[in-house]
Design a binder for this molecule. Structure first.
Ligand SMILES: Cc1cc2nc3c(=O)[nH]c(=O)nc-3n(C[C@H](O)[C@H](O)[C@H](O)COP(=O)(O)O)c2cc1C
Length: 102
């Protein structure tokens, strides 16, 4: 998991991608934002990653501005309440999104 966070932080910084990730048992919840083409490529990589068994997009759309704070290239959130954090992000995204694709 440290590997994932380190690689992601380096790569995402290069590709202008930001977001955060949370791990719980063998499940992971990740939020990513950036330009569409960069995100498509990243999603393809993650889906093809042998460490990933199952990938689900929960919500996807376009934003005027980023939600992640400056410097969160792939911030690992630990000791957070998974469900609470998920609801916070989901509601924030829903409020700010112009269109939903999923
Ligand atoms: C749960 C999970 C999340 C990941 N998130 C990212 C990410 O945000 N950015 C990234 O570059 N790679 C991420 N990866 C790794 C990619 O699947 C892939 O290994 C990586 O992009 C390849 O980078 P490299 O070509 O520099 O080795 C993630 C992998 C997993 C398993």
């Amino acid at each position: 998991m440290t590997d994932i966070v380190n690689t992601s932080t380096q790569n995402n910084k290069l590709h202008g991608i930001s977001g955060f990730i949370m791990f719980k048992d063998s499940t992971c919840f990740q939020y990513i934002e950036g330009y569409r083409e960069d995100l498509s490529q990243l999603i393809q990589n993650i889906k093809a990653d042998e460490r990933v068994d199952d990938y689900t997009t929960i919500i996807q759309g376009s934003l005027e501005t980023r939600i992640s704070p400056e410097g969160w290239y792939m911030k690992e959130l630990v000791d957070e309440d998974f469900n609470q954090r998920f609801d916070q992000v989901y509601n924030k995204i829903k409020k700010q999104m112009k269109e939903y694709l999923v």
